[in-house]
Each structure stands twice: as structure tokens, then as C-alpha cells.
Design a protein around this ligand. Structure first.
Ligand SMILES: *Cc1c(COP(=O)(O)O)cnc(C)c1O
Length: 414
């Protein structure tokens, strides 16, 4: 059973003020999760969560996280610009296949640079010079498994560098005068287990010892990156960040502390875990259609939430207008001229009637941000449900003018 963070009465009020579809975020939940993450790692004095901006690049959301002590991880110069405009001090820059201008900009912005490739050491040095602090992204290859469960296939991932490259990289960086070093790895995505971070941490802590042995470099920080998942499906177990933090703590005490590396700071770059459960895509039923299946047509589409179309991802749906309705098996569809524009397939849902409001759950991360404008469908507004229970618009919906803006003067007259 998954329950929306907003009540029917609240949503009736909100939809009177703001037309559907829109993304709704829960300030209270966001703060609670940020505090739980900070508490879980409070044993590590240098701990910092660098929220992955790409998950939810909205200034009001980022400000809330800033107030809770988070930094930000940016993948592009534009994301760094956003972070600078918001006054973030703790900015990391984890990009790949990076343009020279972006490294130059990241250096000027004093973002902490995390290099994806061994080849980027020479490139960064040439185009922007090496900063005092450099982090390297590791890819161990093979498969990443927990016990007998294969979690992901790093060998197929374009990210990170091999161990030999990593060791060579630290040697070269040290020889070139770099003073502080970090290690980063992101080996599995959306993990629904409390063992991912502790297992990853154990591997990286062992590697930290090897790095010191082989290169003389003592790491300043180890970045466990993202990858902690959420319970998209009611069948999934929720991760317990307190247990996860404790598991990393145990590895830290077993491996690093006895070897004199107890000063290493732990960083995380969580996106999904921080925000996904605290967002809903709120949409209205426009049409019902019966052919070979029963279709519930809504006013949102894949441009508002791409994950179901792109990954066949499950997002739970609640019919908040008719929760006790007779259960029917339906496909919930958007309006794009693409048959993959379905939020649910063969899903059991209480009877949906034209005008009903549906809540699509867990859209707070990689939801709005993966949006696009296919078919001339424009991006929706984002609304924040504040701690005092009132709702505030934190991004307006796009208008046709926004869609035309890049075309004026190019065959289109204003
Ligand atoms: C996407 C990304 C994250 C966040 O991943 P989640 O699965 O949302 O936690 C963190 N770090 C980097 C480098 C990323 O690309």
C-alpha cells in the first residue's frame, strides 16, 4: 500500500488554484530525508551529501537542501551556473565526455572536479590547469553483485577508469602538484537493499589502502555517489538509511581506522533517495476508451515523466478521487503519438472516471528533469507543498511562447 503525501481535500484545493498536470513536492518529506541522511553519517565528521542536481534541478528544492546542509553535484556547466546562482559553496563537478569550456568554467567556479577518465587528466591540465583537489572515478569492470544477486554490470558502463589507470592517475596528479585526492564510484543504480553502500564502501576502503601502498597518496575523501533506490513498487522493501550509514561505519572502522586513514571524509551524491518519494505527478482523467484494452487517458504524458516509457519503470498510481471504486484492469495513457506513452499497463486500479485526479507516485527525482517537448507538449509547472500545508508554485508551466522562443528570427516571425 502506498499513500500519497497529500490528502484529497488538500489536492482539491491545489487543483482549483493550479491546472493539471503538475509536479507536486513535499517540503516536509524532503527535509526529513535530508536530516535522516545527515544523521546516518554523523559519525563521519567530514560527511557531506552532494545532491545530484540532475534529479530535480529546481531552485526552491535546492534551497531547501542547502538549508539542510547539502552541497550539490553537477554534471554540466549549466548545472554549475545554477548552483552558483543559488550561492552553493560545496559544488562537485562529475561530468563525462566533457567539453574544454566546461572544465574551464568548473575551475573558475571552484567546483571540486571528479574526473571520469584517465585521459581527462592531461586534458584538464592542458585546457584549464589542475586544481589543488582532484577526484577520480573508478570502474572495477566485471559485475557488481551482492551475494548471488547481480546488481549491475560495470564492465558495460561508460563511466570511470580501470584500477591500473586510477593508480597511474594518482601518481601523475601527485607529481604535478595536486594536494588533495578523492575517489568516486557509482556501480549500481536504484538499489533496493541496505547492503549496496556498505559493500561498495568496503571495496573502496580496501582500494584506498592499495592506493596508498602503490602511489603514496592518502585520500582525503571517498565519494559513494548515488545509487540508493526507493520502493517504487508496493512490493519493494524501503531502504533504511540509518542501517546503511551504520553498515558503512562498520567497514570504515574495520578497514580505514586501524590503518591510520580514519580522517577520510565520506561524501554521497544521492538524487533518487533524497527526492523521488517526495514528488507526485498530479494528472486528470480526460477520456476513457475501450478497444482491446481499457484505456484511461490523462492530461500528463511521457514529456512530464519519461521513466515508464524509457525504462518500462513502475510508478504507483492512486486515484485520489475514487479510491474505493470497483477495481478494473487498465492502461493509463498520455497523448503522445507514441505507443510507449503509458504510465501503467494492465494495472489494477479503482474505477477511473472522467475528471478524476490521479496521483503518480515517486516522481520527485528524474521526473520533471527528464522532460522534453515532443509533439509540442510543453513542460508542466512545479508546485511545492510547504510545511505549513499551503502550496506555492516554484516553476511556471511552459507556454507556447517558450516553445517558439528559439525559432524567432529563423523562419518564424514574432
Ligand atoms: C545520476 C547521478 C547520481 C545520482 O544518482 P541516483 O541514482 O539518483 O542516486 C549521483 N552521481 C552521479 C555522478 C550521477 O550521474
Amino acid at each position: 500500500m502506498k499513500t500519497p503525501f497529500v490528502s484529497k481535500d488538500q489536492l482539491d484545493q491545489i487543483t482549483k488554484e493550479f491546472p493539471t498536470p503538475f509536479h507536486l513536492y513535499d517540503e516536509k518529506g524532503i527535509r526529513e530525508t535530508a536530516r535522516a541522511v545527515n544523521k546516518a553519517f554523523a559519525w563521519n565528521p567530514g560527511f557531506k551529501e552532494y545532491f545530484a542536481v540532475k534529479a530535480t534541478p529546481n531552485p526552491s528544492i535546492l534551497k531547501i537542501l542547502q538549508e539542510e546542509g547539502c552541497g550539490v553535484d553537477c554534471a554540466t556547466d549549466v548545472e554549475v551556473m545554477l548552483a552558483k546562482k543559488l550561492g552553493f559553496k560545496d559544488i562537485s563537478f562529475t561530468s563525462n565526455d566533457t567539453r574544454a569550456e566546461e572544465f574551464v568554467y568548473a575551475r573558475e567556479a571552484e567546483a571540486m572536479i571528479n574526473l571520469d577518465a584517465y585521459e581527462h587528466i592531461a586534458f584538464l591540465d592542458e585546457v584549464a590547469g589542475l586544481p589543488e583537489t582532484v577526484s577520480l572515478r573508478y570502474n572495477p569492470g566485471g559485475v557488481f553483485s551482492l551475494g548471488t544477486d547481480i546488481m549491475d554490470h560495470p564492465e558495460e558502463s561508460k563511466f570511470g577508469m580501470t584500477k591500473a589507470q586510477l593508480l597511474q592517475g594518482y601518481k601523475e596528479l601527485k607529481a604535478k602538484g595536486v594536494k588533495n585526492f578523492g575517489l568516486h564510484a557509482f556501480l549500481a543504480s536504484n538499489t533496493v537493499t541496505n547492503d549496496y553502500y556498505p559493500t561498495l564502501a568496503g571495496q573502496l576502503f580496501e582500494l584506498a589502502l592499495e592506493i596508498r601502498e602503490e602511489t603514496g597518496v592518502e585520500l582525503s575523501f571517498i565519494n559513494l555517489s548515488g545509487g540508493i533506490g526507493v520502493d517504487y513498487s508496493p512490493a519493494d522493501k524501503q531502504n533504511d538509511i540509518a542501517v546503511i550509514g551504520q553498515g558503512v561505519h562498520e567497514k570504515f572502522d574495520q578497514i580505514l581506522v586501524p590503518n591510520g586513514l580514519g580522517k577520510i571524509k565520506i561524501f554521497t551524491e544521492l538524487g533518487r533517495f533524497m527526492l523521488a518519494p517526495h514528488g507526485h505527478l498530479v494528472t486528470k482523467v480526460l477520456h476513457l476508451k475501450d478497444t482491446y484494452r481499457h484505456y484511461v487517458g490523462v492530461d500528463a504524458s511521457a514529456v512530464n515523466l519519461l521513466r515508464p516509457a524509457m525504462y518500462d519503470a513502475y510508478h504507483h498510481i492512486t486515484n485520489i478521487s475514487n479510491p474505493g471504486g470497483k477495481v478494473q484492469v487498465v492502461d493509463v495513457t498520455g497523448s503522445l503519438c507514441e505507443n510507449n506513452d503509458k504510465f501503467a499497463k494492465n494495472r489494477e486500479l479503482p474505477e477511473a472516471r472522467v475528471g478524476d485526479i490521479l496521483v503518480i507516485h515517486d516522481t520527485g527525482a528524474h521526473g520533471f528533469s527528464m522532460g522534453y517537448q515532443y509533439n509540442g507538449r510543453l513542460r508542466s509547472a512545479e508546485i511545492l507543498l510547504q510545511e505549513d500545508g499551503t502550496a506555492k508554485m516554484i516553476r511556471r508551466a511552459e507556454r507556447p511562447e517558450d516553445y517558439f522562443a528559439t525559432l524567432y528570427g529563423f523562419g518564424l516571425d514574432e
